[in-house]
Design a protein around this ligand. Structure first.
Ligand code: MTE
Ligand code: MO
Length: 370
């Protein structure tokens, strides 16, 4: 379908100023938060996140799709355009891979000021075991023309964002789309995809922030130029202000999260612990890279101690970390930070940007010990 500009149809509570800088949340943000749940951080306990605890991010509506009539068009600059049924795709080579997926907006509400959008704390994360077929061999069978530079992925969902009526679409360079780990998947944790996770089929691009893994996939096209659609060139950009074209948001940045220790206070979620030894634990990941180091601080970052690491759950999945702490009575700020295999370390200060993307600032947890 055609994309179309529409001006002045919708009026957001945030008005023209799409930033907020207090703990007051707009109704629109709360509305998005109840549609797009996060993974409760206690679920960091699992190697593979149970499907019902994995985070969700859906821009428009969840389309109602019938697997019997659904098909996938593979076309554009290819020698052999095809229309594939779900059975056609299931009859191809099958792979199962654990992948840690994170929304690019994870950590957005911790930025000051924050961009008005899906108001994530730190829960836009999950690791699922995805089953499907590698995309590369399918592109080979289609016979992608040498003049093609990108592969464009179109989802069935349609809506309005930034005054533009659009299908949800993202592209990858031919090189990125052809990497071994890129898959078209029809199962999550051994079950058919749930409607909200892209039934009957979605793309999974390990190592990239989640926006690239297009759900409810209906079309794959080889194209001769960079795709400049809304979800590529208007949003998912590291921008400093509204007019800055910015740089594209792409690979997942290194991050560690802690399972909140002790028990929570219902409203504030501040943790209550008894004095004595506490086993602090959590998970760390770095997208396409490995996690080389995780450190924990019990004095708000004045000093850091190395945590021990378990083997990663998969090449593109998180690894568990743990460190014992001797809790003393009083209020403490616990912190955790990770370093990736290229030496990138999580920042102590916010890596602020206009859209609230890629905020991998260290995780801090307030605890009260008695
Ligand atoms: N078609 C379509 N695909 C989509 C989206 C969407 O809104 N529509 N959201 C993207 C974003 S921003 C993220 S973070 C992931 C979330 O995948 P999940 O809901 O299965 O965790 O899906 C991506 N794929
Ligand atoms: Mo996302």
């Amino acid at each position: 379908m055609i994309n179309e500009r529409v001006e002045g149809l919708f009026h957001a509570v945030g008005g023209g100023d799409r930033m907020a800088s207090t703990d007051m949340f707009h109704r629109e943000e709360v509305q998005l938060a109840s549609r797009n749940r996060g993974m409760p951080l206690e679920a960091l306990k699992y190697n593979i996140t149970p499907a019902g605890m994995h985070y969700l991010l859906i821009h428009f509506d969840i389309p109602y799709l019938d697997a019997d009539t659904w098909n996938l068009e593979v076309g554009g600059l290819v020698a052999n355009p095809v229309s594939l049924s779900l059975d056609d795709i299931k009859s191809r080579q099958s792979v199962t891979m654990p992948v840690t997926m994170e929304c690019a907006g994870n950590g957005r509400t911790l930025l000051e000021p924050r961009s008005i959008s899906q108001p994530w704390g730190l829960e836009a994360i999950g690791t699922a075991e995805w089953t499907g077929t590698p995309l590369g061999p399918m592109l080979e069978d289609a016979g992608v023309d040498p003049s093609a530079v990108e592969i464009l992925f179109t989802g069935q969902d349609r809506g309005v964002q930034g005054n533009e009526i659009q299908d949800y679409q993202r592209s990858l360079t031919l090189e990125d789309a052809s990497r071994d780990e890129v898959m078209l998947v029809y199962e999550m944790n051994g079950q058919p995809l749930q409607p909200q996770h892209g039934f009957p089929m979605r793309l999974i691009v390990p190592g990239w922030y989640g926006m690239t893994s297009v759900k409810w996939l209906t079309k794959i096209e080889a194209i001769s130029e960079h795709f400049d659609g809304f979800q590529m060139d208007q949003t998912y950009r590291y921008k400093q202000d509204a007019d800055d074209p910015g740089e594209p948001v792409d690979l997942i940045r290194v991050r560690a999260l802690m399972i909140p220790p002790g028990i929570p206070d219902f409203l504030t979620r501040t943790r209550l612990l008894d004095a004595g030894p506490v086993a602090l634990e959590g998970r760390a990941w770095a997208g396409r890279l490995g996690v080389d180091r995780v450190e924990v601080s019990a004095n708000n970052g004045e000093s850091w101690d190395d945590a021990s690491l378990e083997e990663p759950v998969g090449k593109y999945a998180w690894r568990a970390w743990s460190r014992d702490w001797d809790a003393t009575p009083g209020n403490h700020i616990l912190s955790v930070r990770a370093t990736d295999s290229k030496g990138n370390i999580q920042p102590t200060d916010q890596p602020w940007n206009y859209q609230g993307m890629g905020n991998n600032m260290v995780h801090r947890v307030n605890v009260v010990v008695r």
